[in-house]
Write a protein that binds this ligand. Structure first.
Ligand code: PBG
Length: 319
């Protein structure tokens, strides 16, 4: 049975998925929390986004709440690399203990920030570039379970491994987390535009690239099929990224899946607006708003953007 109630579970997800206008409740703010960091470090390319220690993150969320942001996408960056969800679970617990039902905490679920080689998967030990799918799926489902146990409101798998949505759904359902939604990074293209993120999240691949598992921008059928597959495996929401390379796919994927489809305005897209503005070539606020309006026009139901915390300044209303 398909659980539709997950998408109605609390006011934040209801506002996120309400099919009305572009409001702050449709925006999701990423957060980078770094183990062992005191205070915060600026991420040069991502205007007003920081790598934060947990205390700084709690202060930042407080500010964001005051500016009407309710949905967050958490990226956990552990100090010691290896398969462990301990730091992520600790971070989630600290955030949810403090803010409880005031926020909706999505957690990016992937291996790249904690793997030694910066990849989103585990490779066979003897053949360093052959993906060990079973081991990868097991690790990803384990992370999802730990995050759910720690209090995450939603799981957002970004690894692109075949079958992970089904495995995560099964794991969550079997452990009393049937109420936790899955927002799948369902069409994720291999892209240059993730550059600023990878520096911030310690996820630069130590060798090779991600073309074995992320989609080639030239391939429309693969892009659509990949999202539809996540839908069949039980995703509650689909997400396409980068936003700008996906706007032609939002409507067809929505029509075929019947699910809410959102976009991720990725680090390189946001940074390019900031860099142009820094050079005095465009107005940052106006350009950012323009991009959101275009995503909305394409049919995107929600937008993950590094500028969510600025939306109130751009005149975007709360609801
Ligand atoms: C991790 C992940 C990435 C992004 C979100 N989750 C990086 C990648 O796949 O290389 C990119 C986000 C951004 O660029 O803003 N798998």
């Amino acid at each position: 049975m398909k659980h539709l109630m997950r998408s109605r579970a609390n006011p934040h997800i209801r506002e996120l998925l309400a099919q009305d206008g572009l409001t702050i409740s449709k925006l999701i703010q990423p957060l980078f929390v770094v183990e062992g960091l005191t205070g915060e470090e600026e991420i040069p390319a991502l205007l007003d986004n920081f790598r934060m220690g947990i205390d700084a993150a709690l202060r930042q969320i407080e500010n964001d709440l005051n500016n009407n942001v309710r949905n967050f996408m958490l990226f956990n960056i552990p100090a010691n690399k290896g398969i462990s969800a301990d730091f992520g679970a600790k971070t989630i617990k600290a955030i949810k203990d403090r803010f409880r039902a005031d926020i909706h905490l999505w957690v990016d679920t992937c291996l790249c920030s904690s793997s030694v080689d910066g990849h989103c998967c585990i490779f066979h030990k003897d053949q360093s570039t052959k993906i060990d799918l079973d081991a990868s799926l097991k690790a990803i489902a384990y992370y999802a379970l730990c995050y759910a146990d720690a209090g995450a409101d939603g799981i957002a798998p970004s690894d692109m491994m075949d079958g992970r949505v089904g495995d995560i759904r099964k794991t969550l359902d079997e452990s009393g987390h049937a109420n936790i939604a899955i927002m799948s990074y369902s069409t994720k293209f291999a892209s240059e535009f993730y550059g600023p993120f990878r520096g911030a999240a310690d996820s630069v691949p130590a060798f090779g690239d991600r073309r074995q598992y992320q989609i080639d921008v030239r391939n429309r059928d693969d892009a659509i099929n990949s999202s539809l597959r996540c839908s069949k495996e039980g995703a509650d929401m689909l997400m396409l990224k980068p936003g700008m390379t996906s706007i032609d796919l939002v409507a067809p994927i929505h029509e075929k899946s019947g699910l809410p489809v959102g976009v991720y305005q990725v680090s390189g897209e946001y940074a390019s607006i900031a860099l142009l503005a820094r050079e005095g070539l465009i107005d940052f606020d106006k350009a950012l708003l323009e991009t959101w309006q275009i995503f909305w026009r394409s049919g995107a139901q929600f937008i993950i953007t590094y500028g969510a915390r600025k939306a109130h300044k751009l005149g975007v209303t709360k609801t």
